[in-house]
Design a protein around this ligand. Structure first.
Ligand code: SF4
Ligand code: SF4
Length: 293
């Protein structure tokens, strides 16, 4: 499944991902103009609740919040949540890696920083335990129940990006909550994807749903010089060679696959139970190495 070009023999997932992210961003950027100036309403909303024709997609966390607050389960809401939930179950946090406007804007900032400072890798200054993401998810759900208010519907950074664009086009103004987006993007200067790593309840929910996902990044070839480039490039600070690309946190972005000079890493479909898969990986990891490695 690893796509390689003939000339460089390297995969190009980062480039494909950037194209997908750009297309996804253009949808929420251009759509308010189409709605307001042209009266074309084929696409409506943004990445909290997005309608394409008769098809509606609802962000799973916002859907759960609505159920918790209203204490009602609507069938249309469940149908709207179904595709994002299935996507997360099979592919993990791909919304985060390939669609979310917060990650897209963060990537643009990363590219700018690399260009400005002529550095291939960006240092993370402040690293916390990864399990904080679970506290963010549980804390957000408890707060929603205690306050009886859908916190993430109002303050979701990915949702706020779309809402601010809509506000600007429809009402020529910006909502004050937009400052949350600026804060989240500023956190990237301390640690790449600080908010996504530790604080985003939606990222936490998608990670939870994708904990037994089918698509993972795994070691495909035994050859590895242990140069460490895969862990340096990972925007989430994961160590793919030590199995962290198979953990719930990984969002299948493919950065580590692209950078690996030995083509050791690749996307793989997990067809066996988790334990079996890990055992297989551990066996290939402990295989005796060629001296030339
Ligand atoms: S963790 Fe949250 S903000 Fe980050 S990419 Fe995922 S949904 Fe977007
Ligand atoms: S481990 Fe690899 S695929 Fe997963 S988030 Fe990190 S760079 Fe992306």
């Amino acid at each position: 499944m690893v796509t390689r070009t003939k000339d460089s023999n390297r995969s190009r997932y980062s480039a494909y991902r950037f194209l997908v992210q750009t297309a996804a961003f253009l949808v929420i950027l251009l759509n308010p103009f189409a709605n307001y100036y042209l009266g074309v309403n084929f696409v409506q909303g943004w990445y909290q609740s997005l309608g394409i024709g008769k098809l509606w997609f609802v962000s799973p966390l916002e859907g759960i919040e609505s159920i918790l607050v209203s204490k009602l389960i609507y069938l249309p809401l469940l149908i709207g949540m179904a595709i994002p939930v299935l996507l997360a179950l099979f592919l993990g946090r791909v919304f985060c890696g390939w669609i979310c406007p917060i990650n897209y804007l963060s990537e643009i900032i990363d590219r700018f920083r690399r260009f400005l400072f002529r550095k291939r890798f960006i240092k993370d200054w402040f690293v916390l335990p990864k399990y904080l993401l679970w506290f963010a998810l549980i804390g957000e759900l408890v707060l929603t129940m205690v306050l009886g208010a859908p916190i993430f519907v109002w303050l979701s950074p990915p949702g706020l990006v779309g809402r601010e664009i809509m506000m600007a086009v429809f009402f020529r103004t910006l909502a004050v909550e937009g400052v949350v987006v600026l804060m989240v993007l500023t956190m990237n200067l301390v640690t790449r994807r600080f908010y996504c790593r530790y604080l985003c309840p939606l990222g936490g929910l998608l990670a939870f749903l994708g904990s037994r996902r089918k698509l993972v990044v795994a070691r495909k070839e035994p050859v590895c010089k242990e140069c460490g480039m895969c862990s340096k490039v990972c925007p989430l600070g994961l160590d793919p060679l030590n199995g962290e690309s198979r953990a719930s946190y990984c969002w299948n972005c493919g950065e580590c696959v692209d950078i690996c000079p030995d083509r050791t890493l690749g996307f793989a479909w997990r067809t066996r139970p988790m334990e079996d898969f890990i055992l297989h990986q551990a066996q290939s990891d402990s295989r005796p190495r060629d001296e030339s490695e």
